[in-house]
Design a protein around this ligand. Structure first.
Ligand SMILES: Nc1nc2c(c(=O)[nH]1)N[C@H]1C(S)=C(S)[C@@H](COP(=O)(O)O)O[C@H]1N2
Ligand SMILES: [Mo]
Length: 225
């Protein structure tokens, strides 16, 4: 595991240093695949041998410091909750194997995620009746996205702190990311630092740039529709 991760970082840094030509190559490749020009082309996206492309909107990845990181659950809740990494890991652990779909057309099959059910985390804070949606806030400012409470209640929606048997790698959103396999990748917020219960779902980062708020795989305005 150590070697692939170091390899991954080297690829990432090399691509950043490569600058315009790497980005242009990425854009051209995606245009070819999707037949449309998509705003995702602005992201830095080295391709890993596994099929993953690593996305950031800011061009650099947040750093996870176990001493200071907290997952804050607030907004319309009975009780504000602030979980340390150890507290998060002490909640009942679940696993799933699911396929990950980016709206631009690439997918990664059979990813094994380990973590906690979103439901179990929310239960600690006790959302109020007036809260009909959740805002997921990334350490990568200003990346946010939203799910309705109903969408968030799908049985396999989870906060993943492990990927394929290892702690979630930095480039995939360490220490924890949202996983909702029924929806395109842009809903799967990386580098999570907060969840707020809010009155309703509004546009997240990519929705402001034209993507559907309800990002159902195969049934929204992405690839294949
Ligand atoms: N914070 C943050 N989360 C993010 C993104 C991002 O740029 N920043 N990109 C999204 C998109 S469009 C996709 S397809 C997936 C990609 O996940 P990966 O970078 O682990 O491959 O992350 C999603 N979550
Ligand atoms: Mo994506």
């Amino acid at each position: 595991m150590e070697e692939p991760r170091r390899y991954g970082r080297r690829v990432f840094l090399a691509t950043v240093a490569g600058g315009v030509s790497s980005l242009y190559w990425g854009k051209a490749a995606w245009d070819h695949v999707t037949g449309v020009v998509t705003p995702v082309a602005n992201a830095v996206a080295p391709i890993f041998p596994s099929g993953w492309r690593i996305y950031t909107i800011s061009g650099h990845m947040p750093t996870f410091d176990p001493a200071t990181w907290r997952l804050d659950i607030g907004g319309l809740v009975e009780e504000q909750v602030s979980l340390t990494y150890d507290e998060l890991r002490a909640l009942p652990r679940v696993e799933q194997v699911s396929t990950f779909h980016c709206v631009t057309g690439w997918t990664v099959n059979n990813v094994r995620w380990g973590g906690v059910r979103l439901h179990d985390v929310l239960a600690r804070a006790r959302p109020q009746m007036s809260g009909h949606a959740l805002r997921f806030v990334s350490m990568e400012v200003p990346y946010v996205d939203y799910l309705t409470i109903q969408q968030a209640s799908l049985h396999d929606v989870m906060l993943a702190y492990e990927m394929d048997g290892q702690p979630l790698p930095r480039e995939h959103g360490a220490p924890v990311r949202l996983i909702i396999p029924e929806m395109y990748g842009y809903k799967n917020v990386k580098w999570l630092q907060g969840i707020d219960v809010v009155p309703q779902a509004v546009n997240g980062y990519w929705e402001d740039l034209g993507y559907d708020r309800d990002a159902w795989v195969g049934r929204s305005n992405g690839y294949g529709t």
